[in-house]
Design a protein around this ligand. Structure first.
Ligand code: SF4
Ligand code: SF4
Length: 429
């Protein structure tokens, strides 16, 4: 099959470790920790106070501007509102709720006859349910619907899940196929598009078959199978691979939605279901029994890991997400948030060499999907040379990890670029 974007790699997938079967529900925890910021944009303000009783699915935080509300994933009592660490290392205000074990639900209003809804109405429902992008960026989905309605040819649905190890989107497609196809049809209709294209890599045969069967002959949905390649799920690379169109630097990408986000939009519209539960892959050679789990938002990583069968003593590193773009967690007390798709447990740390040396082999340049020159970026990042970092387009780096993956000198390229971006943002040297 033709491959359209340049660079990229073919790392070992390890998908077979966790793939297959329905997600296993994690028992509801005694306490949940719901962060008031789980998305790109401004933080929510709490709508509850300590001592308040809350229902499962009740909105407990909201705010102005680009903000996505958060909801309680259990019924119970608010015991604290305090700063806690979340995956990624940030510390944010969180609402702590003691579970009463009753799962008393907040009222939900569905719109089974969604054909009559406008994009504005769908965006309002999606916002109220706290749906955010689940492909990594956690961008509020209502903003994307509002900004692309009536302005898009096709809706592109990202079902690539190209990061090694992770199979949560794959499980979503196999087990909640009707929600995925329903969401694809819904987005096509409300955005005024010609069709929705679900782009899925060829290493997910069961999902492809299930999607094709569910879509039937409906012309508003196309299942587009792509060759497996990392980082095909990245925005620019996927648009290029599917449409042949390049997205200019700084330009908007159009109507592009992650596949689990698409299913969540459908559930929000059809049932009024807020974003309080998600599929999380627990995997890696450190996991005793890799599998997919159905987890309430706010459950700690420790509880998810325990419910999945625990981890081996030799486990050295736990990562929120995949090995390429995920972030190591310092504590297993961090809660699962809307954007958590995997908990990767590894018995080896992906450390750089103690004394890394660039042998100028050029491999990092060959694989960079953004056509950057990582070896020079590394040199200028180490020297703190802001001007040269700008000239070598540091900000175009999407932190995909391809350069670090292939570097024979084991230079910590991607980690250095992340640090350099922080340095530039803070106005450092
Ligand atoms: S891959 Fe590593 S060793 Fe090779 S040129 Fe790039 S930085 Fe240098
Ligand atoms: S991490 Fe950045 S520099 Fe390295 S390959 Fe990816 S985009 Fe290129």
């Amino acid at each position: 099959m033709k491959q359209l974007f340049s660079g990229g790699i073919h790392p070992e997938g390890y998908k077979e470790l966790s793939r297959g079967g329905a997600p296993v529900p994690v028992p509801a925890p005694e306490t949940v920790c719901i962060p008031l910021r789980q998305h790109i944009g401004s933080s929510c303000e709490p709508l509850v106070k300590v001592g308040d009783a809350v229902l499962m699915g009740q909105k407990i935080g909201d705010g102005e501007g680009r903000c996505s509300p958060v909801h309680s994933s259990v019924s119970g009592t608010v015991t604290a509102i305090e700063e806690r660490e979340i995956p990624g290392g940030d510390r944010v205000q969180c609402v702590i709720i003691k579970n009463d074990g009753k799962d008393s639900p907040a009222p939900m209003q569905g719109h089974a006859s969604w054909l009559s809804l406008s994009a504005k109405e769908v965006a309002a429902i999606v916002r109220e349910c706290g749906i955010v992008g689940m492909g990594g960026a956690a961008f509020p989905t209502d903003s994307k619907i509002a900004s692309t309605a009536g302005k898009t040819g096709d809706v592109l649905i990202n079902a690539c899940e190209c990061e090694p190890y992770i199979t949560s989107d794959d499980t979503e497609m196999c087990c909640y196929t009707a929600d995925v196809i329903g969401g694809a049809k819904l987005l096509c209709k409300v955005l005024g598009a010609k069709k929705s294209i679900i782009a899925v890599e060829d290493n997910k045969p069961e999902a492809i078959e299930a999607l094709k069967k569910e879509a039937g002959g409906d012309e508003s949905v196309e299942i587009r199978v792509l060759p497996t390649r990392y980082p095909q799920g990245a925005k620019k690379q996927l648009i290029l691979a599917v449409t042949g169109r390049e997205v200019a630097p700084g330009a908007r990408s159009g109507a592009l939605f992650n596949v689990t986000t698409t299913a969540s939009v459908y559930r929000a519209v059809m049932k009024g279901q807020p974003m309080i539960e998600k599929i999380v892959t627990v995997t890696g050679d450190g996991a005793n029994e890799p599998k997919n789990m159905l987890v309430r938002v706010g459950t700690s990583f420790a509880q998810v890991i325990e419910a999945a069968g625990g981890i081996k003593e030799e486990t050295k590193q736990v990562i929120a997400g995949g090995p390429m773009m995920g972030k190591g967690v310092g504590s297993l007390d961090v809660p699962v948030v809307k954007g958590t798709n995997a908990i990767l447990c590894l018995t080896k740390e992906c450390d750089a060499a103690a004394d890394p040396v660039c042998i100028r082999c050029g491999k990092c340049v060959d694989v960079c999907p953004m056509q950057l020159q990582p070896l020079y970026l590394y040199r200028y990042a180490k020297a703190g040379d802001k001007e040269m970092l700008g000239e070598y387009y540091l900000n175009d780096c999407m932190e995909c990890g391809c350069c670090s993956f292939v570097c024979p000198g084991r230079l910590p390229l991607t980690a250095t670029f992340v640090e350099a971006k922080h340095m530039l943002k803070k106005g450092g040297r």
